[in-house]
Design a protein around this ligand. Structure first.
Ligand code: A3P
Length: 300
């Protein structure tokens, strides 16, 4: 696609509208009333994340758990075509993920990037199990920055410095990282929520898979768990076209700019942040996270 055409496409999709002070993509805004009335079922499993926190990774692990480690079954379709988002739809799709979710037989796995206070109320009412994955903000920010560069669904991030300002102000799609991670952290005391950290899964995937199994009330043999650890490792997933997002049209994800499966490594922010950026960020972080028991690990 010619550069001018690409930029036009980017600018036509970059409109982000707010719901309750949270910037969301236009598609979410257009279907917002339907999202609010979405009918959850008691056996739904919800995977909730702030963007770039490991959604695709944990989705792969959960799909493998559901399919008892059957690799072929997990390669039945691309990650985006296996389980729907509630409020989002990738722009190349003809059908809304929301409609797909509504028609889907139980048990469903549904994904969402919504902050806890915007979740469809029936999810709370039905007491659905929710797995929340949080990632340290510095790596999340760097990953989000590169994602903005490679996808036509989001505005041009300009520079990392500019993006850092927007991220700190919560002026990015899905809003403030701080509100997201803190909101879900508070929600876990009242609802069936397993709160996981990207860095913990990276450090000890087997232990974290055991946590997921216990939360889901499932058991798998150690052999199957080892298989899941192997097939969902960064290097193996990066080679898997059903998981690495390369099957999406290049006008949606341009892998020549940046891979979706980019680094997958806690601490990559150190290759991007200047000393000044780091100081600014740390100061802001301290203020925003004062009073919370939630802590993050920025390297392993
Ligand atoms: P990086 O850009 O830092 O590499 P999401 O799926 O929420 O959009 O998150 C994408 C981030 O998760 C990317 O981070 C991607 O590389 C990383 N990721 C995907 N699969 C992974 C895996 N198996 N192990 C570690 N990180 C993974």
């Amino acid at each position: 696609m010619a550069q001018a055409e690409k930029m036009e496409k980017k600018s036509s999709l970059m409109n982000v509208l707010e719901i309750d002070g949270v910037p969301l993509p236009v598609i979410s805004k257009e279907i917002w009333a339907r999202v609010c009335h979405f009918q959850a079922r008691p056996d739904d499993l919800i995977l909730a994340t702030y963007p770039k926190s490991g959604t695709t990774w944990i989705h792969e692990i959960l799909d493998m758990i559901h399919n008892v480690g059957d690799v072929e079954k997990c390669q039945r379709a691309t990650s985006t075509d296996r389980h729907p988002f509630i409020e989002l739809t990738f722009t190349h799709k003809e059908k809304l993920d929301l409609d797909w979710a509504i028609e889907m037989p139980s048990p469903r796995m549904l994904k969402t990037h919504l902050p806890s206070h915007l979740i469809p109320p029936s999810i709370w009412k039905q007491n659905c199990k929710i797995i929340y994955v949080a990632r340290n903000p510095k790596d999340c920010l760097v990953s989000f920055y590169h994602f903005h560069r490679m996808t036509s669904m989001l505005p041009d991030p300009q520079s990392l410095e500019k993006f850092l300002e927007k991220f700190m102000a919560g002026n990015v799609v899905c809003g403030s990282w701080y509100d997201h991670v803190k909101g879900w952290w508070a929600a876990k005391d009242k609802h069936q929520i397993l709160y996981l950290f990207y860095e913990d899964v990276k450090k000890n995937p087997k232990r974290e898979i055991h946590k997921m199994l216990e939360f889901l009330g499932k058991t798998l043999s150690e052999e199957v768990i080892d298989k899941i650890v192997y097939h969902t490792s960064f290097d193996v997933m990066k080679q898997n076209p059903m998981a690495n997002q390369t099957a999406l049209p290049s006008h949606i994800f341009d892998h020549s700019i940046s891979n979706f499966m980019r680094k997958g490594m806690p601490g990559d922010w150190k290759n991007h942040f200047t000393v000044a950026m780091n100081e600014t960020f740390d100061k802001h972080y301290k203020k925003m996270m004062a009073g919370t028991t939630l802590t993050f690990c920025t390297e392993i």
